[in-house]
Design a protein around this ligand. Structure first.
Ligand code: GLC
Length: 425
């Protein structure tokens, strides 16, 4: 189906707005009703970017509410629970985190917030000035937390697969297999009651996910104790590129509010060095690396293509980029279809996700090979227009998967993919 720009675009824009408003729970959004009934970190930032098209004050509010969950050590958690909802597992009772004024999870997520704040500011500097002044120290503390507790050789590591935002990606297979979860007790997954289990992580994954949460809870979520004999520590190009970009944007924000930039600039240099260390020459791509064993994951995923977004113009990634844009109907697959572990509908083991496409696309539009960013934007628009505002999509034919009426897919439509969004991208 080809998109009739004049009529379909207006209808799609309206539907996307309705989804954002429908998932609004009073100043913050949930990713989708039922499956994810809480505020999630990077989902909210994408929501803010989408809201910025229709209501800039509401966009700022989304980010402000996310920081309600910030811990005294600077960490901004991946879930802000606020209240208990029996529809979601593992809920606040499992995490046991009472470190912030609101109840949260105990791990973080890709730090896209500073980059979004830069965009919101640019849309209305007069409104943005006071907002940036309040958010600047919070963003700074969060970035510092990453450098202090999640950095190895300049690259950013995850201590739980959920921290990456890509729960069951092939990147974690080796490190996950090395974990013996033991007895994690009886529990009932809630995700598989909402969507087809074939589209979700396996039960073996879940035992390990829970084991890591239970261990951290036992150690009081104390980063010093957690770092000793950490059972899972994987350096991730996705996190490294996102923080590198966010850090460049943070430096710009610091300039706006007259905050010193030396510390931030130092982090940028450190992250550039760390990113370089994630180049896997055998794979011909940036790759995640198990810090405990030194082994690469040999997984070419969509976040490997975030190098341009991070401001690194790397011609070595061009062959894989061109092949993927040419051969995959709806790029960027979360795992390369040529990989034996590719599973077209299983979450982060193959499907295409609109928010990652938006970041990759922005990077390509800014400094990638000419035309590639626009190509990805158009294909993403076509995918959403033809298959709806799903959580994610089969890269081979666009089949929609996971939850429906999804906040970040609607937000990415409004902010980047929609033909009407081009002038603000
Ligand atoms: C899943 C995704 C994660 C996202 C969350 C809410 O856990 O892997 O990236 O933040 O759902 O949408």
């Amino acid at each position: 189906m080809s998109l009739d720009l004049k009529t379909d675009c207006a209808t799609m824009d309206q539907r996307a707005q309705d989804i954002l408003r429908g998932n609004d729970r009073g100043g913050f959004t949930v990713p989708t009703n039922g499956l994810y009934p809480y505020q999630f970190n990077w989902d909210s930032v994408f929501a803010a970017w989408g809201f910025a098209r229709i209501d800039l004050v509401r966009a700022w509010e989304e980010i402000e509410k996310l920081f309600d969950g910030q811990w005294p050590n600077g960490m901004v958690p991946h879930i802000v629970f606020r209240q208990y909802d029996p529809d979601y597992f593992p809920g606040p009772d499992v995490w046991g985190c009472t470190h912030a004024p609101v109840i949260t999870s105990g791990i973080s997520q890709p730090p896209v917030a500073a980059s979004c704040v830069t965009r919101l500011y640019a849309m209305d500097p007069e409104l943005g000035q006071a907002k940036v002044a309040v958010l600047m120290p919070k963003l700074l503390r969060w970035h510092r937390w990453f450098i202090e507790w999640r950095q190895s050789g300049g690259a950013i590591c995850v201590h739980h697969p959920w921290e990456s935002g890509r729960d069951n990606a092939a990147d974690w297979d080796g490190a996950m297999a090395a974990i013996t979860p033991g007895d994690v007790g009886n529990y009932t997954r809630r995700d598989t009651a909402h969507v087809n289990p074939a589209m979700r992580p396996t039960d073996e994954d879940y035992d390990r996910f829970l084991y890591l949460v239970q261990r951290a809870r036992r150690l009081g979520w104390d980063e010093v104790r957690l770092a000793e004999d950490a059972p899972f520590r994987v350096a991730d190009p996705g996190m490294t590129f996102v923080l590198l970009r966010a850090n460049r944007d943070l430096e710009q924000l610091a300039g706006i509010v007259g905050h010193p930039t030396e510390e931030i600039a130092g982090w940028t240099r450190m992250l550039e060095k760390g990113a370089a260390g994630l180049w896997n020459a055998d794979l011909g791509a940036y790759d995640s690396r198990d810090v405990l064993t030194g082994a690469f994951s040999n997984a070419l995923g969509s976040t490997s293509y975030l190098c341009w977004y991070a401001g690194l113009t790397d011609d070595r990634m061009v062959p894989a980029l061109e092949r993927t844009l040419r051969d995959v109907r709806y790029p960027m697959p979360s795992l390369d279809p040529g990989d034996g572990r590719f599973d077209s509908l299983r979450y982060w083991r193959g499907p295409t996700w609109a928010p990652v496409n938006a970041l990759v696309g922005l990077g390509l539009q800014e400094c990638g090979p000419p035309g590639t960013g626009e190509q990805l934007r158009k294909k993403t628009a076509q995918m959403i227009a033809s298959h709806g505002f799903a959580e994610y999509f089969d890269p081979r034919d666009g089949t929609s998967a996971g939850g429906g009426t999804f906040t970040w897919t609607a937000a990415v439509w409004l902010a980047w993919a929609s033909p009407s969004a081009r002038e603000v991208a």
